[in-house]
Write a protein that binds this ligand. Structure first.
Ligand SMILES: *[C@@H]1O[C@H](CO)[C@@H](O)[C@H](O)[C@H]1NC(C)=O
Ligand SMILES: *[C@@H]1O[C@H](CO)[C@@H](O)[C@H](O)[C@H]1NC(C)=O
Ligand SMILES: *[C@@H]1O[C@H](CO)[C@@H](O)[C@H](O)[C@H]1NC(C)=O
Length: 440
């Protein structure tokens, strides 16, 4: 065979392969649009093949969260609508009944296309099969039970001194900055404190010194890992992205993840040693993870134990720090609420050098404020699940194994359940306030 004929044949084959891949993808996209044709769907502005990706990215570019877009679409299309992201259909359900159906009544699973992304990021194991990304329901349930004891009231009460210690550290750090000129980024400070506390109470790591060290490698590694994850979720074709800066960014994220996993491994090995040698050790999350790994149900190896630890570093830090930051923002915007809060704290805590566990339950107004912050700006805006069987919601049949998006944010801003939902008002959570449906 001559070289020319070989070349023609080769190009022909490549062309045919590419064509069939395109046809297959097009067929798939057409099929999913057809499958969900009975459910309302926002009009697609960009190209049909990409679905709503253009709308989603344009909206995010304006610095707004996707949940806000769901609220906008809810006004136009109702509480059940479907959006398309290329080859995926996501049914957005903004009804409380479906939350109960999917999370309590019937079986549902986590969509692997989303939660699987947390397993490995840019080729480096991230949180693997940890509690958050565990896709197997049976395994998830057992792991969830393993974590009950370290969340018991008594256990947390015994740890009050650790919270006290970290808060004292923060105050002493802030005192150094309080010259009336220096700007302090409180979200960053709360990240450090939350990380410091979770490291102490869950893993017995009390020498990280993250609060006083602005460049603590531990903090930076957590932040970089999260950044890497977001980058990864948005870059489906990362394997063929050979640009130098992309390669460098990916490498940076991988290094941060390895750094975190190494810390977790060291913690685990030290604790195993303590247990073996019969030294004193706390019954904290780390101890429970290790004990579970040796139980009949557990059978977790080192990598799986590291997955659980890493999941906790990330999950415990982000959510707590966000709640604290938003609380500061909201009371900053509402001086009258700030004043009331201050009065309550002055009255109940006053000049006491130590805050006890009982004092906390007496801070009633503060509890109302936290509840309202959780409603107004929930740290986790939504989740996704797949239904195991067909379900009918608002008269629409949702076929089995659909990706269903649930949004805490949207439900918390729904005028059907809340009086003036756009208003930040802790009073709505008072026991005797009937302005919202407590059943909901
Ligand atoms: C709380 O921290 C302060 C400052 O470190 C310390 O003096 C006090 O004894 C601590 N209290 C408790 C209950 O640990
Ligand atoms: C908090 O605990 C650490 C480690 O035990 C200790 O070095 C530090 O002095 C404590 N901080 C305060 C403010 O008591
Ligand atoms: C009840 O909550 C609403 C907001 O939903 C608020 O406007 C009202 O003042 C509250 N009433 C009382 C008695 O706290």
């Amino acid at each position: 065979m001559s070289v020319t004929r070989f070349f023609v044949l080769f190009v022909g084959l490549v062309f045919l392969t590419a064509l069939s891949v395109c046809l297959y993808l097009l067929g798939w996209v057409l099929y999913i649009h057809w499958k969900y044709r009975h459910i309302p769907s926002p009009k697609i502005m960009g190209n049909f093949f990409m679905g709503h990706i253009t709308e989603l990215t344009e909206f995010e570019k304006k610095g707004r969260h996707l949940s806000m877009l769901f609220l906008k679409w809810k006004k136009e299309y109702g509480t059940v609508f479907v959006i398309f992201t290329m080859n995926r259909a996501i049914v957005v359900c903004l009804e409380p009944s479906i939350v109960k159906e999917l999370l309590v009544n019937s079986r549902s699973t986590k969509p692997a296309a989303l939660y699987g992304k947390f397993h490995t990021v840019f080729g480096q194991r991230f949180v693997g099969n940890g509690l958050f990304s565990e896709l197997n329901n049976d395994h998830w349930e057992k792991k969830r039970k393993m974590l009950n004891p370290p969340f018991k009231r008594k256990y947390l009460m015994d740890l009050m001194y650790q919270y006290n210690n970290s808060t004292e550290e923060l105050i002493s750090y802030l005192k150094l900055k309080a010259d009336g000129k220096t700007e302090v980024h409180m979200a960053h400070e709360f990240n450090k404190v939350a990380l410091d506390i979770i490291a102490k109470v869950a893993f017995g790591l009390d020498n990280l010194n993250v609060i006083h060290d602005d460049d603590a490698p531990f903090c930076q590694a957590v932040a970089q890992s999260m950044k890497g994850l977001m980058h990864y979720i948005r870059t489906p074709f990362w394997k063929v992205d050979f640009r130098k800066e992309s390669q460098a960014a990916m490498e940076k994220s991988r290094k941060a993840m390895i750094f975190m996993r190494n810390i977790a491994e060291k913690c685990i090995l030290n604790r195993i040693e303590d247990i073996k040698e019969g030294r004193n050790y706390p019954e904290d999350i780390l101890t429970h993870i290790i004990k579970y790994s040796r139980s009949k149900d557990g059978m977790m190896g080192m990598e799986e134990m590291i997955d659980e630890c890493f999941t906790f570093f990330i999950a415990g830090q982000e959510t707590t720090a966000q709640l604290m930051s938003y609380t500061f923002e909201m009371i900053g915007r509402h001086p009258e609420i700030y004043k009331k809060l201050q009065e309550e704290v002055d009255c109940i805590i006053g000049e006491k050098p130590v805050i006890s566990y009982d004092d906390i339950s007496k801070l009633e107004y503060m509890t109302l404020v936290f509840k309202e912050v959780l409603r107004y700006t929930p740290p986790a805006a939504g989740i996704q699940r797949q239904n195991v069987e067909d379900i009918i919601i608002n008269g629409y049949k949702i076929p089995a194994r659909s990706n269903i998006a649930l949004s805490h944010y949207s439900l918390s801003r729904d005028e059907r359940f809340w009086d003036k939902p756009e208003e930040f008002n802790p009073e709505r959570f008072r026991e005797d306030n009937t302005s919202f449906d407590k059943e909901f």
